[in-house]
Design a protein. Structure first.
Length: 138
């Protein structure tokens, strides 16, 4: 796992620090689940809140993670599964928010509907969130 984390940081052209490695390790362990900064804080010691927010912002700007506004009132973050870089995210996929267990799952395998806008509109970002009850809570 450590080699994967080092490779991710180097590929993103980020300096390797203990804090960044620990935060990335938590993301790697979360799989396809998006996690909030408070979730990370509960699973890590020795990093203050400001440092954590800086790390998350840097990771998002570098294309390592993407943010998810799932309607729960807190921003969550998930590892990018595609080759994202410098804030150019290609993670236009569905996110499923479970209202029972408060989890948000990236669903890369779900095909999204085509969105057609009038000619004078330009898409810069799309966010797809479906809310309901997950398979574990059903």
């Amino acid at each position: 796992m450590e080699d994967k984390i080092l490779e991710m940081l180097q590929k993103a052209d980020l300096r390797v620090t203990r804090s960044r490695k620990e935060v990335l390790d938590i993301f790697c362990q979360s799989g396809d689940q998006a996690i909030s900064s408070s979730d990370i804080e509960h699973n890590i010691t020795g990093i203050d809140r400001i440092t954590l927010y800086r790390i998350l912002k840097t990771f998002e700007e570098s294309g390592l993670v993407h943010s998810v506004a799932d309607g729960s009132g807190k921003t969550k973050y998930a590892l990018c599964s595609h080759e994202c870089s410098g804030g150019n995210h290609h993670d236009n996929h569905l996110h499923f928010y479970c209202r029972v267990c408060d989890t948000t799952t990236c669903m890369d395998h779900v095909k999204l509907p085509a969105v057609r806008l009038p000619q004078d509109y330009q898409v810069e970002e799309m966010r797809f969130v479906v809310a309901g009850v997950c398979k574990d809570c059903h």
